[in-house]
Design a protein around this ligand. Structure first.
Ligand SMILES: [Zn+2]
Ligand SMILES: [Zn+2]
Length: 304
């Protein structure tokens, strides 16, 4: 065997068996959307995809999710399961696009949808709302009618909502009052673990469920002092989100290997100031998330 052939063979073996996703206790997280209801080309609506053992799990399905999945190189037909944190419109406005476009791209199974009370009704009404499209596409282009419907499930109480092949997903209550229930999710694959806070203010229950977590993806919101003092509506909005001061205290309790902000809701303050305030309480690894940020979670946390 020539030296070139030998190196090619070695390269193939190494890339086949030793790419990050081949590690047993490994997950790869891609932030698809780190925004809020505010339309922004930089920050699409809230959505995160977690790849574990070749499966793709979506958490929230905000505006533009299919575009970001395409940019991330994830084929829509690979999406198996969507988990919703709560039913605020910014977290679900991309759902019909994700569900229908993955059907058009020949998703082999029905989409599974899990979330708080109201998810079953949401799925039922989405299917009804898009009946005309169902008729056109099953008749004219022979799309599979079997894979159109959504398998939906309302979470009855916090606990494990997915448990297969060593992957567990746990829903736990967070505090987004008056939006109730609102859930955060913890994903475990062997030693590797990730938490997605969903929308919440400071939550003791999140701290309880975050013991030993590797990666904590958490929302953040802040407003300039004068702006806030003059605006009662803004005060209400901030009261059910997490300020950088609260985030710093929470991260200090949890001590994740890394914390990343998403759902970045800022009024008259900049991102650098948010990080600085949070770091005054928490001196661990902290990053401002951005759309298409990829994070490997295994023995170490790797930012790509
Ligand atoms: Zn939101
Ligand atoms: Zn919300």
């Amino acid at each position: 065997m020539t030296a070139i052939k030998y190196s090619l063979l070695l390269f193939t073996i190494l890339t086949t068996f030793f790419t990050p996703s081949a590690y047993a206790d490994y997950m790869e997280v891609t932030l698809l959307g780190t925004g809020t209801p505010k339309p922004s080309i930089e920050r699409f609506g809230p959505a995160t995809v977690v790849e574990v053992k070749g499966r793709y799990f979506i958490f929230d399905s905000g505006r533009g999710i299919t575009m970001r999945l395409a940019q991330a190189g994830i084929h829509l037909s690979r999406i198996e399961h969507v988990f919703l944190t709560h039913l605020h419109s910014d977290h679900i406005s991309g759902l019909s696009d994700l569900w229908l476009t993955s059907w058009i791209w020949q998703r082999p199974k029905k989409l599974e949808l899990t979330g708080p009370t109201g998810v079953k009704a949401l799925a039922k009404h989405l299917c009804l709302a898009h009946q005309a499209d169902f008729t056109y596409r099953t008749k004219n282009t022979q799309l599979d009618p079997e894979t159109y419907d959504i398998i939906s499930r309302d979470i009855q109480s916090e606990g494990i909502v997915y448990d297969q092949d060593g992957i567990t997903i746990t829903a736990f209550l967070v505090n987004h009052h008056p939006v109730e229930p609102a859930y955060g999710y913890r994903i475990d694959n062997g030693e590797a673990s990730v938490i997605i806070s969903g929308d919440t203010t400071y939550s003791d229950n999140l701290i309880k469920h975050a013991e030993g977590v590797d990666l904590l993806i958490h929302e953040v919101a802040a407003a300039g002092t004068t702006l806030l003092a003059q605006n009662p509506r803004l005060q209400k909005v901030l009261s059910y989100h997490t300020t950088p001061e609260q985030a710093g205290r929470l991260f200090k309790h949890v001590q994740p290997k890394a914390a990343v902000f998403n759902h970045v809701l800022l009024f008259g303050v900049d991102e650098a100031a948010i990080l600085e305030t949070t770091r005054s309480a928490f001196n661990g690894e902290l990053r401002m998330g951005y759309d298409l940020m990829r994070i490997g979670v295994g023995n170490n946390i790797t930012f790509y």
